[in-house]
Design a protein. Sequence first.
Lengths: 328, 443
Amino acid sequence: MSKHLTVSPSPHVKGSESVQKIMLWVVLAMVPALAWSFMVFGLGAVRTTLTAILACLLFEFVIQKYLLKSEPTLMDGSALVTGILLAFNVPSTLPVWMIIAGALVAMGIGKLSFGGLGNNPFNPALVGRVFLLISFPVEMTLWPVNANSGIDGVTGATPLALLKEGIKSGTPISELASEIPSNVSMLLGNIGGSLGEVSALLLILGGLFMLYKKVITWHVPVSILGTIFAVAGILWMVNPEQYIEPTFHILAGGAMLGAIYMATDMVTSPMTAKGQIIYGIGIGLITITIRVFGAYPEGISFAILIMNGVTPLINRYVKPAGFGRGAK
Amino acid sequence: MLKTFKIGGIHPPENKFSAGKPIEKVQLPKTVTIPVAQHIGAPSKVIVKRGDQVKTGQVIAESAGFVSANIHSSVSGVVKKIDTVLDSSGYKKQCVIIQVEGDEWVDGVDLDDTLVTSTDLDGKAISSKILESGIVGLGGATFPTHVKLSVPQGMKADMLIINAVECEPYLTADHQLMMEKGKEILVGTELLMKAIGVEKAVIGIENNKPDAIKHLTNLCGEFKGISVCALKVQYPQGGEKQLINAVTGREVPSGGLPIAVGCVVNNVGTAFAVYEAVMKNKPLVERVVTVTGKSVEKPCNLMARIGTPLTDLIEMAGGLPEDTSKVISGGPMMGKALVSTDVPMTKGTSGVLIMKDQEAHRKPMQNCIRCGKCITVCPMGLEPYLLMTHSELKNWEESEQCNVMDCIECGSCSYTCPADRPLLDYIRLGKGTVGKIMRSRKK
């Protein structure tokens, strides 16, 4: 027997999970909402998505290869996910150069400056979005109205912005009702908004797929949406003329997109189930606070980024219950 | 709902190719190489010398302490030499090499197959018979059985658990033994109950062996106090602490032994060996070994003598396939990769698994994506990703605080990691170093 044998420590078998597969499942989960955005926002959405994806891939490659002089990790699929998520988070009418600037910030500052996938404390796509939102507030809040509404190319406000404006001017909610889209429209996606946030239904569908593929667990989305719903519900019961009913809050704006796709990012969310629930409640509370009391109509991006920053602390103090360590 | 342990666990592909293959006897080899360190504890002391004539079942190395075991010749013949030889651990160990002349047994051994069900021996006598016969845990850990049976002062056992889980993929030795020697196993279980002084025994079998569950459940009717518990398929259910948790719901405290929760766990193969030792006066000189693998021509279950070269066993399965790249002693999750197939089988060899080229190599590791899957699957409730980081940074104190010593090395974390990180390798490093630090502190 002269054959050389491979010797390595156990285990000698490996499960079928891989980073690439996880990223692929995430991409597949986003396809329905992406397709819907192509339908309602037309070519603008296609252009925005392609620009964001290509820019993210390019920056990942160029920065890794020429600046960091490391082996590019394009094939792990994470840059693709960031690209799609970035596109989801901007209006389809955003100028191309702004999208590229957003991608540069997302990949360069949000991800690679920390050491690439796995080391970034903040969700890269959100870093890009918030950069754009603060730098180009006008372009980032010009929303094309759904093409299905019959009037093409017209820009209008999102439901949340309509609400904020209305309340600021002192109009009671009962009078705003005619301007604000119905919950059914928001569920189906017949509203204005960022590219990927308009159809709550399709986002939920993708979320269920990721749950089935075990890419995400229920803890983060349920605790975020549950908290938003509960707090909004309490406010509504206190004064229904000042505060809108809670279903609106979980269907409007980026709540679904944020709760299902952004906050669940493995890298930037806590490791344990208990930690994820704390994190989710935190995001929910900050979101509703910004939406109701803050200057911005939309708050979930900021809420997620803030809780991303709290994640290492949560990981430090929220530990799994050890076997045989008294915690029955 | 089938029972299983409460936290963690994985379900790797079972690949039990040799299931249902009857146990074949392996021919006696030309020479046997019997290591003196086949068990956990002190290596046994050789009591024969070169040129001695030995018989099958004769003690050739004596137990060298409480945690140690006798070793018997598995053949009759002449002691050719006593030398250090490469064994399945990958190190050279002291071995007794015997030129085989035949199979002439020592006096008093009952080689007949008829079932014997009653004995006059009391618990103590059964224990000392087990000690004499060199029986160790045959699940793979090879802990001397008599040590497990001696309940420490102030503690009380109320239940014997027979480990028939065989949760390692590929292996079918225990399964086939249950199908062929069910009654013997139950008699062995009764003997163990008597030795420990308990009235109740539960045989834990995973649900992927419905025939064994049915067979043993039927036989249990004739035995008082023994029952079968069907378990959900979940690795590492064969781990002692996990099995106790699955069957009784009890949790062995960290750093504690099963007896702390009133349980003693023995492998089903051990129960059979106990039967043979006590009822047939036959010491432990042979065991069932599964030889298997994806390219193996005839995956099989073999009854082979201790000291038989693994090459002989592999021959019985159709020889070493062309595309062999790794040979493992034991199962794919916790088994040991061999440096060479020219090593002898020992009391702890439950299987020989042959892997082909593509399966044998690891993928390059990527950054941790903090998915937390290692935490989800860890049956001990640890944080493998963090323990790996502590090892990388040599943070031994933090590693100890994160309970690195609780790790049972089941490998579920490495198996699951989507970034192909060698978590268990680093955790083992941490365990080794932290263990050393803890021992030096005690001194």
